[in-house]
Design a protein around this ligand. Structure first.
Ligand code: AMP
Ligand code: MG
Length: 370
């Protein structure tokens, strides 16, 4: 029996059409179990505080481990909610007057001032776009909308080739120039931003920094499955989390336990957010090079990086690339990544070299799936 504290790392997406609120429940279950086990063993108990709520169309969960009571908890909760509201106001495609939505009204070919957080997210995004040779692209919004994964869209419609080509012509990170030091951007085409693949990770980073600023050094922060962990869990040992077994049914189970701390962790997968039409599954992850949802045997990617924003963006990039190319890239760049592949109805995993030290327990071996 384990006496460690677990949290579950799941692909709990906000923008799609499938149920996405269960990870918090499963996390609560593990958390309750962990406290129970702690109480049973009679070891000195740290003070554990939990904060949770809704943001970015999904849930956030924060676990704090402190020696005594957290000072002014109400104020801390207000700061957390305020920080999340600010990130949403800057980066959400769902808020009409958000900073990215206002950016598209700015004249093409002219520099426009942006907030520091938006400049930071665009810097990470452009870096991942270049590193992945365009597999990741924050200007993908016309295609995301075309395939029905944009704000307020519910219709399961497969676009025509012409529609795809037209939308593709309005996509391309190369048309976005960032002057990071000067906090300004310039578009040389009327491109439109979608930060859904990186903003949750960035929100996690913002909360982690807020907690550290408050002098809290042992925490787990999670937004919609993206996480950052620091210090130790309530049992005084490194945090333990679980990569979810990719499964489109609502049953959640652990695929791979991980012992990880002082790190950001993000997962991308096509098993929760998709639609099916005429027996074909269309993922919310779109390959900018084809203009179409990805179709390969890589069902889930988990990436570790000190910056959760980078982990989030890289997990999406790797999802697009597919297992073989993503593994080559992860090894070339020294990125820690775990890939779960579905082959002939079986799940199997491959990890990059940098990920191997985190695999402290055997994988749940090959698992049968429908
Ligand atoms: P994630 O769950 O972090 O992999 O992000 C998926 C979301 O990012 C989708 O719902 C789209 O809004 C957007 N997206 C899809 N494909 C890409 C891509 N190739 N590059 C950047 N963003 C994408
Ligand atoms: Mg992502």
């Amino acid at each position: 029996m384990t006496t460690s504290c677990w949290m579950t790392l799941v692909d709990n997406r906000s923008m799609g059409r499938t149920l996405k609120t269960r990870s918090a429940l499963l996390a609560s279950f593990w958390f309750g179990l962990c406290l129970f086990l702690s109480a049973c063993t009679g070891e000195p108990e740290a003070k554990v505080t939990r904060l949770s709520g809704m943001t970015m169309g999904t849930t956030y969960n924060i676990t704090l481990v402190t020696e005594g009571e957290v000072e002014d908890l109400a104020n801390l909760k207000a700061s957390v909610n305020n920080a999340l509201a600010v990130v949403n106001q800057q980066m959400s495609t769902y808020i009409d007057n958000s900073e990215i939505n206002r950016l598209k009204a700015q004249p093409v070919g002219e520099w426009t001032k942006v907030s520091r957080p938006l400049a930071e997210v665009l810097d990470v995004s452009l870096w991942v776009s270049e590193m992945s040779d365009g597999a990741f692209d924050v200007t993908l919004r016309p295609l995301v909308d075309l395939w029905g994964f944009g704000p307020g869209q519910e219709e399961d419609k497969v676009p025509t080739d012409d529609e795809i080509l037209k939308a593709q012509s309005r996509v391309g990170y190369q048309h976005l120039e960032l002057d990071k030091a000067g906090l300004r951007v310039k578009r040389d085409k009327p491109i439109d931003l979608d930060l859904s693949a990186v903003a949750k990770g960035y929100g996690v980073d913002v909360l982690a920094e807020l907690l550290e600023h408050e002098g809290i050094n042992h925490y787990l922060v999670e937004i919609g499955g993206e996480m950052r962990l620091k210090g130790h869990n309530p049992r005084g040992i490194p945090w333990r989390i679980a990569v979810e077994r990719p499964d489109e049914t609502l049953v959640q189970s652990v695929y791979q336990p991980l012992s990880v701390t002082n790190m950001g962790v993000a997962t991308s997968g096509d098993y929760r957010n998709y639609f099916e039409k005429d027996g074909v599954r269309y993922s919310h992850t779109i390959d900018p090079r084809t203009g179409r949802p990805i179709r390969h045997n890589l069902v889930s990617v988990t990436v570790l990086s000190p910056s959760c924003a980078k982990a989030d963006a890289m997990a999406t990039a790797f999802s697009v690339l597919g297992a073989e190319d993503a593994l080559t890239l992860a090894n070339r760049e020294g990125i820690a990544a775990l890939f779960i592949i579905k082959e002939s109805g079986q799940l199997k995993e491959v990890s990059s070299e940098a990920f191997k030290p985190y695999l402290t327990e055997p994988v749940a071996k090959t698992t049968s799936v429908q």
